[in-house]
Design a binder for this molecule. Sequence first.
Ligand code: NAD
Length: 343
Amino acid sequence: MSDRPVLVTGGAGFIGSAVVRHLVARGTPVVNVDSLTYAGHRASVASVEDDPRYTFEHVDVRDAEEVRRLFGQYRPAAVVHLAAESHVDRSIDGPGAFVGTNVIGTYTLLEAARAYWTTLEAADRQAFRFVHVSTDEVYGALGDSGRFTETTAYDPRSPYSASKASADHFVRAWHHTYGLPTLVTNCSNNYGPYQYPEKLIPVVITKALAGEPIPVYGTGDNVRDWLYVEDHVRALCAVLEGGRPGETYAVGGSCERSNLEVVRSICAVLDERRPAGAPHSQLITFVGDRPGHDWRYAIDASKITSELGWRPRESFESGLAKTVDWYLQNESWCAAVTKRGEA
Ligand code: NAD
């Protein structure tokens, strides 16, 4: 890639911060654009804060004037767009913010990217990339068999997945209509360090450590396909560097687990690392199900594997052990972000 920076949106969030840390560590200049919602924390990128290749911009992606300024000022080689409202439960309680950031924010970025891209010299125009990071939830829910692929019809069921699906369509339209070199990735559930403790895995770890009831929706039988966050980051880099503009890449760990299996696995790791007298699984408490809770997601990632040579490095067991260890060593990060999120 050129010496121009990659503009990463949402780089103070869970996956975005992992993208930022990875790119800076390998020498790529990065401009991190984040409005620091409850889910965004500069502490998650503290390890690169003093690196001369790293710049933070406290900007909301819905702010068209500011977003235009960023393109003019930094003249990025590429955009990796992760800024989003990302929690399904919050989208059920308040869908407006999801339309605002996920749909209008994406449209705002696309328009600013397009205006900038048309001013580039031919070679830079050809090399420019806009990678839009999306989710497998746009495909709806599966029954007990089958897997999502890049050609599965969209069927979003929650306000979150509907807003992501809408954004995906805009991103593809900007490629087909204007030629902007966009790429879309649809990834399964991520887990790993720096995930805000409202999603399943960090909730279970933090509740178990506090000796509090571990809430499990419904019967705990819903199935998700889990991917360690650093494997997702490597997939995004593969798409950024080798993906074909206009294409979609489905990304997943081929690692299906029911929610209850996930919770039990975490409890077993904690029983070893932090024995509490009684098995942590005794804290499991079944609670009323999420409205419209999708039954099962699973991804067929064979396109990105065959075209770009990507495959996950972590198994669920190795990734989960790393994740639990990170939360055990970073209880102060958890306490600080939770306190800010509740303020
Ligand atoms: P996250 O909620 O942890 O982080 C989102 C980040 O975006 C935060 O830093 C937040 O401050 C920032 N942000 C929110 N609104 C903004 C705005 N208007 N302007 C600028 N910044 C804003 O989310 P995540 O889990 O890291 O997910 C990142 C992306 O990956 C999202 O687009 C999500 O849809 C997608 N994704 C997530 C998963 C997953 O399992 N977490 C799986 C597949 C795809």
